[in-house]
Ligand binder design. Structure first.
Ligand SMILES: [Zn+2]
Ligand SMILES: [Zn+2]
Length: 397
């Protein structure tokens, strides 16, 4: 059995990021490495997902998950192994790609953990299922694997475990309990008026004015409707309509991203968005707006008992361990869909991968999705591997 050192695998993955549901080369690299470990991976699960089962006598079943996709970001880290990859984005345009969210590390951690668990298989019993998931960034890869019968194709888990890179000092691992990531949704809303000459607005129903008014009014959802102790976000990230100053268009389309930390708030925000765009349309005499929702991630809730077990297992294993707040931020993740489908508890934690010197300087620390996001890979790899192995062994017999 000859296997590449983990840092080599990491550099290769980092230099060749692929976008959501297009992780073909990535899946191949992962599958090849799994085979070199003596496993028999199943590829093409939910599109480009890869699954491998490591069975070692009867015992508990642990699913370990790593996501595989990169982002449409042009890397500016200056690293020797920086990405020079390009791909076609969902809108059809050519874009540079980057592992700006650390999913290359997630895969490396999981491969390293499997290697360690195989090397120490005399000392544990049970089954480890490695789930390499596509398309986390667009939310949907977990769902795609579930829809492709993932749950029935492998042993059912007693727990689902995963970890994400965090822009915190290398070695700091934060394990939360309860809700740890927010729900997200994406709305595409088309205001439908009646176009005409810019000099004769009285003959039109102007969707530009209705959309502009709605964009402003949407800011009041968080400020005036959601309770001050309930976190939510409403962002209008795009607005498109019209071609010339003297032509009033028929339609204007906006895209809205929302986040919420509870299901109730998520529902409240959706109702408010729908009410406001309908009311602004009515106020301008427009037709009913067309509202399309692309449901995103659900609130990700760490099981309290399982999180306690992970915390105990990581004590003394990782350089710095933090029992995190219940809710850590407004970012979203779809890993919870795997646990929900498998009816198993989940623990998803955050592993710092940033050069500690950056914090000492008071310099700006690049966050995930930044073109400057540059984990200290060599130092981060053993931390993530150790964390995965220790947490997994807290369940294995
Ligand atoms: Zn991301
Ligand atoms: Zn990510």
């Amino acid at each position: 059995m000859t296997t590449l050192p983990l840092f080599d695998i990491y550099r290769d993955l980092h230099a060749h990021p692929e976008l959501a549901f297009a992780e073909h080369r990535t899946a191949g690299v992962v599958a090849d490495h799994l085979r070199s470990l003596g496993l028999e991976p199943t590829t093409g699960v939910g599109g480009t997902g890869v699954v491998a089962v490591l069975e070692n006598a009867a015992g508990p079943v642990v699913w370990l998950r790593a996501d595989m996709d990169g982002l449409p970001v042009e890397e500016r880290t200056g690293l020797a192994y920086a990405s020079v990859h390009t791909a076609v984005d969902e809108d059809g345009s050519e874009t540079r790609t980057m592992h700006a969210c650390g999913h290359d590390l997630h895969m490396t951690w999981l491969l390293g953990a499997l290697e360690r668990l195989i090397a120490t298989r005399d000392s544990w019993a049970g089954t480890v299922v490695a789930v390499f998931q596509p398309a986390e960034e667009v939310i949907g890869g977990a769902r795609a694997m579930v829809d492709d019968d993932l749950v029935d194709r492998v042993p059912r888990p007693d727990v689902v475990l995963g970890q994400h890179t965090a822009p915190e000092p290398v070695g700091r691992v934060t394990v939360g309990s309860g809700p740890v990531m927010a729900a997200s949704d994406r709305f595409t809303i088309t205001f439908r008026g009646r176009g005409g000459h810019g000099s004769a607005p009285q003959t039109t129903r102007d969707p530009v004015v209705a959309a502009a008014s709605a964009v402003v009014r949407l800011q009041s959802v968080v400020a005036r409707e959601v309770g001050p102790r309930q976190a939510a976000v409403v962002t209008v990230g795009s607005i498109h309509g019209g071609t010339r100053a003297n032509i009033i268009p028929d339609e204007v389309t906006i895209e809205v991203s929302t986040r919420a930390q509870t299901d109730d708030t998520r529902h409240q925000v959706e109702q408010a968005v729908r009410r406001i765009v309908a009311a602004e349309s009515a106020a301008g005499g427009l037709d009913e707006p067309l509202v399309r929702v692309r449901p995103g991630a659900n609130v990700l809730v760490n099981d309290a008992d399982a999180a306690g077990r992970v915390l105990a297992a990581l004590e003394g294993v990782v350089p710095s361990l933090v029992a995190g707040d219940s809710v850590l931020g407004m970012a979203s993740e779809d890993v919870g869909d795997l646990a929900t489908a498998a009816e198993a508890p989940i623990v998803y934690w955050f592993t710092g991968t940033t050069d500690p010197a950056l914090f000492a300087d008071g310099a700006e620390v690049p966050t995930n999705h930044s073109p400057f996001f540059a984990p200290l890979a060599e130092a981060s790899i053993p931390v993530g591997v150790d964390a995965f192995v220790a947490a997994t062994r807290a369940w294995l017999a």
